[in-house]
Design a protein around this ligand. Structure first.
Ligand SMILES: [Zn+2]
Length: 299
């Protein structure tokens, strides 16, 4: 188990218990969230080490890695995903100012986003830890997907854009990873990082049942202010923050299920509608946030 005696983000020693969560998705085991009194960073405490966490991902239902489940929630998830893939592509084109470029998608899962970009004319490489997902992406979409251990074989300053859609929260060594991202980006290149926001309207309502805590798979629980500390330490300039409004619907529905509410789908949708309207006016309260980071041009 990994135990933090100080804040993993700012190294302050005053860290206090924040919430007692549970792995509702798979093991049912309890995990505590701690919060730094100095910078406000929330993180999972006493989580399995990198070599031991694999068993917490071993479920056919783990959506980022599986495409064949037919449950109601999975179908809803896939419907929303396909809608969002094209929005993401438009977003990348607009932010980078490039119609075609070189993109690295870290945590590429089943390869849907990477495939969407490839079909749009981009030269795409993926990084994915799950071998089954790697093979599927290669056979189904003809993508080039590498094992994370091979990231150091990629050429320095060779990518226009690097994307991490909900993956940073899974990394045991987040700073080392962002140093590698900095190396791989061209000067002025863009890093797109999407993360759940534990200061969102839905997180504050569902508390320990909030589906995006997803312990112990999610180790770090960022907010716009704690991510600003992280990205600055990693040497990036934050250009802007954006949101994808579909995430809150799925998260609210699953959170209602974890709460064992009656009619979780209906309740989730109704609540999520209010949260989505609120987040339209206050992006920093959105269920998940996309941070657009830029590598300084002179680096
Ligand atoms: Zn701190």
């Amino acid at each position: 188990m990994v135990h933090h005696y100080a804040c993993p983000l700012c190294s302050a020693e005053k860290i206090l218990i924040h919430l007692n969560c549970r792995d509702y998705f798979l093991s049912g085991e309890p995990f505590a969230l701690f919060k730094c009194s100095d910078c406000g960073f929330v993180f999972t405490q006493d989580y399995p080490e990198a070599h031991a966490i694999g068993s917490y991902y071993e479920s056919d239902e783990y959506l980022s890695h599986n495409d064949s489940s037919t449950g109601f929630s999975d179908r809803i998830y896939r419907l929303a995903r396909n809608f969002m893939l094209h929005r993401k592509k438009r977003m990348i084109t607009k932010i980078t100012g490039l119609k075609k470029g070189k993109l690295l998608d870290i945590g590429s899962g089943s390869g849907h986003f990477a495939a969407t970009m490839k079909n749009g004319g981009w030269q795409v490489t993926g990084i994915e830890i799950n071998e089954k997902a790697r093979n599927l992406s290669e056979s189904k979409h003809g993508l080039e997907i590498l094992d994370p251990k091979k990231i150091n074989t990629l050429k320095t300053a060779s990518f226009d854009c690097i994307t991490l859609w909900h993956v940073l929260e899974h990394f045991h060594e987040p700073f080392e990873y962002y140093a590698e991202i900095m190396r791989l980006l061209k000067p002025g290149g863009i890093c797109v990082t999407a993360l759940p926001n534990c200061n969102s309207y839905d997180a504050r309502h569902y508390r320990e049942f909030w589906a995006a805590y997803d312990v112990p798979r999610h180790l770090w629980h960022f907010t716009p202010s704690s991510f600003a500390v992280f990205s600055k330490k990693a040497g990036f300039a934050t250009e802007k923050i954006m949101n994808l409004p579909a995430d809150v619907f799925y998260i609210s529905f699953v959170s209602e299920k974890y709460k064992e509410s009656s009619l979780p789908f209906l309740r989730g949708i109704i609540r999520a509608k209010f949260y989505a309207i609120g987040a339209f006016f206050r992006k920093e309260k959105s269920s998940s946030i996309i941070y657009i980071l830029r590598k300084p041009a002179e680096k």
